[in-house]
Design a protein around this ligand. Structure first.
Ligand code: LLP
Length: 451
């Protein structure tokens, strides 16, 4: 069985244990306890460089910007890695902003998103010097103009558009469809109304670009091509009737990654090529051309291309490790392998029916012999991490390792059943360090007031 889904440095060591970045996972579990999340530092850095370079190779380097969608998982450790790689960030909250501030990320690389940003959040971002605000609705335009006036700043505005495009993914992950709660619907004219209103508010607000994030865990490139067509048509119309010039086009994220063997995978180069080709071949007349030629190999305009991958940047860099506490065979039905984590650290199977696979970290050389379900420890029948997986004979005390655990697990974790959240490690060249200590009962109760 291959280690394809595991991070780059994953190996099987001489003891037939899973090893990440030269660290034996069984030893790590013993030292730090489980559930345990382990990030492969080299993998994370390599992925950031790969995604950045895929776009810089096809569009002018200084005019292509990859923003990491911090909602996938943000911490000071992750923030530093992506900052070093030259990436910006897409944020949605003051918490995400605070991490960026602490690591000293340049505020002009921070884009503020959200379908209901509070005045406090907007004020905090503008005060820190955040230059780009992605506006989601009409009321926000007035609010932003008022706050910009109050703080004497002139933010750059992108409009989030809902282009009514089906990205062919789970319905909870489709965000650019006509009925989406996100963005300004294009079909009803609301998007055009918003654009004209922002233009009217110049110079307090400057409309610099358009944005669309059509969904998540997408494998089909056609919805992206359709999005580019919709956005460039919109820009054309606006440019021909107003003073607007499209300076930035932000195409969101959403690139799918495989979680199980044999599942689709989308290469970053494919995404970059499809996007850049579609743009270069579109009928859109890019303004401010530095060169009148349309040489496909060279940058043809001052247009800044922005992307916001979350999952594709981080999902495959981490592994979740659990200890088996019970093996329950219901004869003729199924065998449950109960682990010490579950929906508290990974809600994705319960919420989206997300599929995962697993290996036994201390029996890496043994062939699978039984089909089991990996059950979480939370008080919900729906807390099943994996419905069906083929494993070697499982015993109490074995360690279950689930790959592709880097995105949307830890940030969506909860304290359901008042169970503390896991510890997180970063492993590099034979050393593992704690980047988030295990929560304690004391931590969980800190906000309760009892008097
Ligand atoms: N940009 C915006 C405005 C977004 O809302 C998102 C994700 C992204 C970029 C990054 O999307 P990605 O490249 O990671 O697909 N909790 C779900 C995923 C929700 C995605 C929310 N927005 C899951 O676990 O699958």
């Amino acid at each position: 069985m291959s280690l394809n889904l595991f991070p780059l440095t994953a190996r099987v060591d001489a003891r037939n244990h899973l090893e990440i970045a030269g660290c034996d996972v069984v030893d790590l579990a013993r030292e730090f306890g489980t559930p345990l999340y382990i990030f492969d530092d080299a993998h994370l850095r390599a992925r950031a460089a790969e995604i950045r370079d895929a776009f810089q190779a096809r569009w002018h380097a200084s005019r292509s910007l990859v923003l990491y969608a911090t909602k996938a998982y943000y911490s000071p450790y992750v923030a530093r890695i992506f900052k070093d790689a030259g990436l910006g960030i897409d944020i949605t909250s003051e918490g995400e902003l605070e991490i960026a501030r602490r690591v000293g990320l340049a505020p002009d690389k921070i884009y503020l998103h959200g379908n209901n940003k509070t005045p406090t959040e907007i004020r905090a971002a503008l005060t820190l010097g955040v230059t780009h605000i992605v506006v989601d609705h009409l009321d926000e335009i007035e609010l932003l103009a008022r706050l910009a006036e109050e703080l004497r700043v002139t933010p750059r505005v992108l409009l989030r558009l809902a282009p009514a495009i089906d990205p062919h993914t789970h319905r909870h992950l489709a965000t650019g469809i006509a009925e989406s709660k996100f963005g300004l619907p294009m079909r009803t004219g609301m998007a055009m109304e918003a654009a004209r209103r922002v233009i009217e508010l110049a110079p307090r607000l400057t409309l610099v670009g358009l944005h669309a994030h059509i969904g998540s865990q997408i494998f089909d490139l056609d919805p992206y091509r359709d999005t580019i067509a919709a956005l460039t048509d919109f820009a054309d119309e606006l440019q021909s009737t107003t003073s607007f010039e499209l300076q930035e086009l932000d195409l969101g994220g959403g690139w799918g990654v495989p979680y199980t063997e044999g599942e689709n995978s989308l290469k970053v180069d494919q995404v970059a090529e499809a996007i850049v080709d579609t743009l270069l071949n579109s009928k859109f007349k890019i303004q401010n051309s530095t060169s009148p030629t349309s040489d496909l190999q060279s940058p043809i305009s001052n247009l800044k291309l922005v992307f916001e991958p979350g999952r594709a940047l981080i999902a495959s860099s981490a592994v979740a490790v659990y200890t088996v506490g019970a093996v329950k065979e219901i004869r003729g039905v199924r065998t449950y392998v109960a682990v010490d984590g579950g929906m508290g650290d990974n809600i994705r199977p319960a919420l989206y029916g997300a599929q995962y696979t697993a290996r036994i970290a201390n029996k890496m050389n043994e062939a699978p012999t039984t089909r089991v379900a990996i059950a979480g420890r939370y008080c919900e029948q729906g807390d099943i991490l994996i419905d069906k997986v083929d494993l070697p004979r499982v015993s109490v005390g074995d360690l279950i390792a689930i790959p592709c655990a880097g995105a949307y697990q830890l940030p969506m974790a909860s304290n359901y059943n008042l169970i503390p959240r896991p510890a997180v490690l970063a492993a590099r060249e034979g050393q593992a360090r704690v980047i988030r200590r295990r929560e304690t009962v004391e931590d969980m109760l800190r906000c309760d007031v009892d008097e």
